[in-house]
Design a protein around this ligand. Structure first.
Ligand code: KIV
Ligand code: NA
Length: 269
């Protein structure tokens, strides 16, 4: 299997439709990447790792160093999917130059194929600046978690006419600026569909619509690692129960000395 390229992903949407939806999941570690790689077109090293791995209250405190460490691990663990790494809050908003310097570090130090950044029309100039200089950019609009302090929470977007129009015009601005794909998160379905139809590049929905050109979920959410998840998460496994039952059995066997058994100990010849 040869690694998918960003232009190949971009080309999946032709004449306004994507015949086969694009499959994306998050990955933060090499082993996770190994397990997901064959099933996915794109692996996203999301800044959701702040909450999922580091127990942070939001993605706002995530650093470039964290993204580099986990991005490099995911690239090492995969060879089929194209790897996209999130730019953390505060590493790209100031200027196109700031964004380029930090995005270049992500590409050089992780080996990823592209970066993702949050924001609509306000980020269009930056997206063009990067794309014209060799850094493919995925946009991210609608519910943008790095803006939690402005949005006031993680509620779905696009319920008012003004908000709905802004989401569609943000999508168009990023598409025109040269984004190769755009994540549409937590948006009322008709607006996710309208934004998808308004752009030439593929949309990737999360809390969007099955009519988006692809879908993404946080892998740990999809695996049922967490009790509380947003409406848009579908659980495909119950890993929390698997892990806690295994840990419970191990603990009981350590305590009653049935582990380690003969099979797990080294005996003299
Ligand atoms: O950080 C993340 O995991 C994301 C996806 C949910 C799109 O940005
Ligand atoms: Na993110």
């Amino acid at each position: 299997m040869k690694r998918l390229t960003i232009p190949a992903i971009r080309r999946r949407k032709q004449d306004g439709v994507t015949a086969e939806p694009i499959v994306m999941l998050t990955a933060y570690t090499a082993r996770q990447a190994q397990l997901l790689d064959a099933h996915c077109d794109l692996l996203l090293v999301g800044d959701s790792l702040g909450q999922v791995i580091y127990g942070l209250p939001s993605s706002v405190p995530v650093t470039l160093e964290m993204m580099i460490a986990h991005g490099a691990a995911v690239v090492r663990g995969s060879y089929h999917a194209a790897v996209v790494v999130d730019m953390p809050f505060g590493t790209y908003e100031q200027s196109p130059q700031q964004a380029f310097a930090n995005a270049a570090r992500l590409l050089k130090e992780t080996g990823c194929a592209a970066v993702k950044l949050e924001g609509g029309a306000a980020m269009a100039e930056t997206v063009a600046f990067l794309a014209e200089r060799g850094i493919p950019v995925m946009g991210h609009i609608g519910l943008t978690p790095q803006a939690v302090n402005v949005l006031g929470g993680y509620n779905a977007r696009g319920r008012s006419d003004a908000e709905a129009q802004k989401i569609v015009s943000d999508a168009v601005a990023l598409d025109k600026a040269g984004a190769f794909s755009i994540v549409i998160e937590g948006v009322v379905e008709p607006i996710a569909i309208a934004a998808t139809q308004a752009i030439a590049c593929p949309s990737i929905g999360i809390g969007g619509s099955a009519q988006c050109d692809g879908q993404v979920l946080v892998t740990e959410d999809m695996l049922g690692m967490f009790e509380r998840v947003p409406r848009f998460v579908k659980r495909y496994a119950d890993m929390a129960t698997v892990v806690s039952e295994a840990a419970g059995q191990y603990a009981a066997q350590v305590r009653d000395r049935s582990f380690p058994g003969v099979e797990q100990t080294y005996q003299p010849k």
